[in-house]
Write a protein that binds this ligand. Structure first.
Ligand code: WTA
Length: 670
């Protein structure tokens, strides 16, 4: 077991910091885990009496307008989960109002670093509060009511945070759509949630380039009758078409002097919807994961405190785009609920130079840094000299999320970025879980490079084999959760049956994560990647079915099959097997056309690494494509293809292997 960092580092100044924190009048009481004995004891207590444990947490972390009547009601067999029933609270109130009545009023809430180095905005809680109230008041004037859905399709600019908190202030449901998604992906999400308003920007900056964004919304809205208004942030000054009576500039909305800069927050039921976030599952259609107010907020604040050990003077930087769940929980809600200072960065890690991250850490003296293994792997390649130029002594905790982090990357992160002195917290969770479920407690849990370690207190995970029996030590199985936690999803928007079907039917009475995992003799969890048809590319989830549907919609394609291929930087890359219609030719031009097609259908992040044209796909007698075989071929693992007797034509496999080797320039046996 690697306990190097645990031994080496002492917790300094804890008493001083605690004294300082209590000077603030909002004292969000902290759960103290100082040793593994504390961890064990609290974990046990939380499992024995979840209502008591989570009730106390919810009470100390949030302001409630009205206390709840029942802490927890649940039955995974149905499934049915409710937390803090009858309680009244509000997300925007908890992130803003309660901080501004005291010294936090002038504390920095948000540091925004633009893609251009000199573009910086620093907002205090008061400044953020004013903007949120005014924008919330504007949304009301535009006819947005409690329960209405508002799609936010923005690059990483502060208006994203203002929009989210303005929605929650008036009880509207925010639905973020990552700005890297295409017009068509945005359209299907807008249609599915029947958004009333869309918030976007003229364009966006990325690595020094300017790219249009509003144009995608114009394209998407050709078939979205629910949308009444589009609010457009002026980010780039690029020429932008505005549709009369539908489109309105953000600056015009906000310049209305009659907006209420003290608009009171609406009292929401704990179980009222706070947001919907679409994510890919094993079916072709993205699922609108629903998160509710009281439970999600409690869990966001609780896990931020536990995993990032939030201190009053910290600068917390989560590099994830706010369009993803990580950005929601650890870029916005978690830090703001705790009255922290959160960093937001518009650009990417390697522009103008590969030291941009390290430069930002030094510039703002970042204390807690949270990023994805794919970014770390990318930066390893550029060499340590980029990092060594910068003072990183402010760092106290390094977090990782989104995909399994291999030991080599983990070690570099800790030893090079963190000079071997600070812990790496490998945090495992999902859009559906709302917050972190498995992670070390920094400076407490002994670390093993490559393992997300142990479940957080009160989270009861189990490893189940295909037959539903618990897996043995070091045996791979499905990661399932036995009990509810406040941050868990409450359903799939517009589709009641999907909630049960996707998460609670494979093993009755358990929440199914879709991930494979092994538990070692110390109970440490080693995540193995998805067990369903989801590909995780650079920490972004794609469903193979969704990608196949996109390929199949191309006029030249007869049939397709998409699988994940191991990739040294991205974790997994997209590999597509394409069977063209008889009259079509498998040329390079066709390949590039298909690439463009998928980028347009889903977005640039879904660009396939390889497209292999095939004469036929390996099918069983019942007509099912044997993906297992395709997965093995692309991972170069052809010695053990498993049982092929159910295939109609085994010779297909041989042809596929040969073609694969020609295409990728490698021998699968090497
Ligand atoms: C994967 C992101 C291994 C996993 C928060 C999960 C991880 C999916 C880790 C969720 C980790 C996330 N180790 N795998 N630390 N964190 N994953 O919904 O497959 O975008 O099911 O949420 O990412 O992705 P999502």
């Amino acid at each position: 077991m690697d306990t190097k960092n645990v031994k080496k580092t002492k917790r300094t100044n804890t008493a001083k910091v605690a004294a300082k924190s209590s000077a603030f009048n909002v004292n969000l009481s902290k759960l103290k885990i100082k040793s593994m004995d504390d961890y064990e004891a609290i974990h046990q207590k939380a499992l024995e009496d979840p209502a008591k444990f989570w009730g106390e947490r919810a009470k100390s972390l949030l302001h409630w307008f009205k206390p709840w009547e029942k802490t927890l009601e649940w039955d995974f067999a149905k499934p049915h989960v409710e937390w803090f029933t009858g309680g009244k609270t509000n997300a925007s109130y908890n992130c803003l109002d309660r901080h501004i009545d005291g010294p936090r009023r002038n504390k920095v809430a948000l540091i925004w670093q633009g893609d251009p180095e000199d573009d910086v905005r620093i907002w205090t809680y008061q400044m953020l509060y004013d903007r949120v109230c005014r924008f919330a008041s504007a949304l009301k004037n535009l006819g947005v009511r409690k329960g209405d859905r508002v799609v936010i399709y923005l690059p990483m600019i502060p208006e994203m945070v203002v929009s989210m908190l303005a929605c929650s202030r008036i009880g509207a449901v925010h639905v973020l759509v990552f700005a890297g998604f295409s017009a068509s992906s945005a359209q299907s999400r807008i249609q599915d949630c029947e958004a009333k308003v869309v918030i976007t920007s003229d364009g966006m900056f990325r690595a020094g380039r300017v790219m249009p964004l509003k144009a995608n919304i114009d394209e998407a809205l050709k078939d979205c009758p629910s949308v009444r208004r589009v609010i457009v942030v002026n980010r780039t000054n690029m020429p932008t078409a505005m549709k009369e009576r539908r489109d309105i500039w953000w600056r015009d909305v906000m310049s209305d002097r009659s907006l209420n800069a003290r608009l009171p927050a609406v009292q929401m039921d704990a179980e009222d919807l706070l947001f919907i976030l679409y994510t890919s599952g094993s079916t072709g259609k993205p699922k609108g994961v629903m998160h509710t107010t009281g439970g999600y907020l409690t869990y966001a604040a609780h896990t931020t405190q536990l995993v990032f050990d939030t201190r009053e003077e910290d600068v917390h930087w989560c590099t994830a785009d706010i369009g993803w769940i990580t950005g929601h929980t650890y870029g916005v809600y978690g830090p703001l609920l705790l009255g922290g200072t959160t960093m937001m960065f518009e650009g990417g890690p390697r522009w103008p130079d590969p030291d941009r991250f390290w430069h930002i850490i030094e510039k703002y003296r970042v204390n807690t840094f949270y990023t994805a293994p794919t970014a770390i792997r990318l930066l390893i390649r550029d060499g340590d000299e980029w990092l060594e130029k910068h003072d990183r002594s402010s760092l106290r905790i390094l977090g990782s999320v989104g995909e399994p982090i291999d030991a080599k990357t983990w070690n570099w992160y800790r030893d090079t970025v963190g000079d071997g002195k600070i812990p790496v917290v490998d945090t495992w969770w999902q859009t559906e879980s709302g917050g972190i479920l498995v992670s070390p407690i920094p400076y407490v849990t002994p670390l093993k490079p490559g393992s997300a370690s142990l479940p957080l207190p009160g989270i009861d995970v189990e490893v189940l084999k295909e037959d539903g029996k618990p897996a043995k030590v070091d045996e791979e199985g499905h990661l399932v959760v036995k009990n509810p936690w406040p941050g868990m999803l409450r359903g799939v928007f517009g589709d009641k049956s999907k909630f049960k079907e996707n998460y609670f039917s494979r093993f009755s009475g358990f929440y199914l994560s879709g991930d494979g995992v092994k538990k070692d003799q110390d109970g440490y969890l080693w995540l193995q990647g998805r067990l369903d048809d989801v590909i995780n590319v650079s920490g972004h989830r794609f469903s193979t079915a969704e990608m196949e549907a996109a390929f199949n919609a191309h006029p030249a394609v007869a049939e397709s099959s998409v699988v994940g291929m191991p990739h040294s930087v991205k974790g997994e890359a997209i590999y597509a097997f394409i069977h063209l219609k008889e009259e079509e030719k498998p040329t390079d031009a066709m390949r590039s056309d298909l690439r463009k097609w998928v980028r347009k259908e889903i977005g640039p992040i879904a660009t396939p690494e390889y497209i292999q044209f095939v004469e036929s796909l390996p099918k069983t007698r019942s007509g099912k494509i044997m993906r297992r075989v395709l997965r093995k071929i692309v991972s170069g693992n052809i010695e053990d293809l498993g049982d092929l007797t159910t295939l109609v034509d085994v010779s297909v496999v041989e042809a596929l292997v040969t073609e694969h080797e020609l295409l990728t320039g490698r021998s699968s046996l090497s």
